[in-house]
Design a protein. Structure first.
Length: 404
């Protein structure tokens, strides 16, 4: 039996899982401040639900057949399942969803990619979308949500925007090349355009045409509304070379990059997709949203020292001095938990104190409480601060002050 994960799949041990939780808690805090509610959808969808929605990327979908003969697939993202949910439960379905429908969704997605740095076959995706309204106010609201999330995370970012309607008439294969401009610069883009069939002059003409595009009236209005919310002028930028690869975008598209490194990989991106829900219900319903790149965001935070989370949730370990003194340890543990102090009690009455202290040190628990016969006699507890390497005998009423 192999004691390892399949290629492209990962375990997250507590130290890393706590970092992810720290990040997600901060993101969810902003989602809910903006009035978004959570949604969860199954890991499996029918294959036909996902088919024809991702263009060239469709080859990365995991597909298989159940024992019952159903053709199913692991979800590639959260956007297409959202469209299916709205078609099923929205105004043209069971009519149980409010419109506009504002939801956030944090679940795993699956892609059969070649695993490499920052790319995995299973990854956590974090999305927010507004369904049912199409105007510049919705677009500005989502831009402000993006900015506030990264503000809450401590990252200084720029949001780049464009409109897919400006790119109509340009073959997708050429757009996918122009989308690489930040990675391979003008020379690389021109070379690849020529490799895809354009002459040298036509390649240069196309690149210049895209670079010189002007924002649509909707983009201009969106920018005005965004800045009316009080955000910095340098936090939003029109970028006509912003393409975004997915075929379903119909209007504004947006990406977040670090202000200190605007040519870096995007931390977050999305756009308007007004025609997808109609593929399920037969009636189009406007939608706009974005997905946060959690791995890239975490890496950016780590580089700036913004992910220095404790290695454990536990703040206090209450030791067991001896089997005869368990009652007092249970009492102290219960009292601390009632005060919302994350507290563990040692679970092996026969273990030596040395072993208990080593456990706390290994796990990174900052405080250890020892209650021996002397402490009980004097109505005190011994508090060891493992970070400062100090210990102090404290009366029980003062215990909370000592560990807060």
């Amino acid at each position: 039996m192999k004691t390892q994960t399949p290629k492209g799949f990962r375990d997250f041990l507590p130290k890393d899982a706590l970092k992810r939780k720290f990040l997600l808690d901060k993101i969810i805090e902003v989602f809910e401040r903006f009035g978004f509610d959570p949604l969860e959808t199954p890991t499996l969808e029918f294959e036909e639900t996902l088919a024809g929605k991702y263009g060239e990327e469709e080859k990365l979908i995991y597909k298989f057949e159940t024992r019952g003969g159903d053709k199913v697939a692991l979800k590639y993202d959260q956007t297409v399942p959202l469209a299916r949910v709205v078609a099923q439960y929205g105004p043209n379905g069971q009519q149980v969803l409010p419109i506009p429908f504002k939801r956030y969704q944090i679940q795993a997605a699956y892609r059969g990619e070649n695993p490499q740095a920052g790319r995995y076959r299973e990854f956590l995706q974090c999305d927010a979308d507004i369904v049912g309204v199409s105007n510049s106010l919705v677009d500005a609201e989502l831009l402000s949500l993006m900015y506030e999330i990264y503000l809450n995370l401590g990252l200084d970012v720029v949001i780049k925007i464009n409109d897919r309607s400006l790119l109509k008439g340009i073959e997708p294969k050429f757009l996918s090349t122009i989308d690489k401009l930040n990675k391979i610069n003008d020379t690389g883009v021109l070379k690849e355009l020529e490799e895809k069939g354009l002459s040298k002059d036509k390649a240069l003409e196309l690149l210049n045409k895209v670079k010189n595009l002007k924002p649509t009236a909707n983009l201009k209005e969106t920018q005005i509304l965004y800045f009316k919310m009080g955000y910095p002028k340098d936090s939003l930028k029109f970028d006509p070379t912003l393409i975004r690869g997915l075929d379903y975008y119909t209007g504004i598209i947006m990406e977040v990059v670090l202000k200190s490194d605007p040519l870096s990989l995007s931390l977050c991106g999305g756009g308007r997709y007004d025609e997808m829900i109609g593929k399920f219900s037969g009636v189009d319903l406007p939608a706009n949203g974005f997905s946060i790149g959690l791995e890239r965001t975490m890496n950016a935070m780590a580089k700036q020292g913004l992910l220095d989370t404790p290695p454990t949730n536990t703040k206090v370990l209450v030791t067991l001095f001896s089997p005869e003194l368990i009652q007092k340890s249970l009492e102290v543990t219960s009292n601390l938990r009632k005060e919302d102090i994350t507290t563990e009690i040692w679970l092996d009455p026969g273990a030596k104190l040395e072993k208990q202290l080593k456990y706390a040190d290994t796990k990174g628990i900052p405080y250890v409480i020892i209650i021996g016969p002397e402490e009980i006699k004097n109505k005190k507890v011994m508090v060891k601060d493992l970070k400062k390497k100090t210990q102090e005998s404290i009366s029980q009423p003062n215990l909370l002050d000592a560990i807060s």
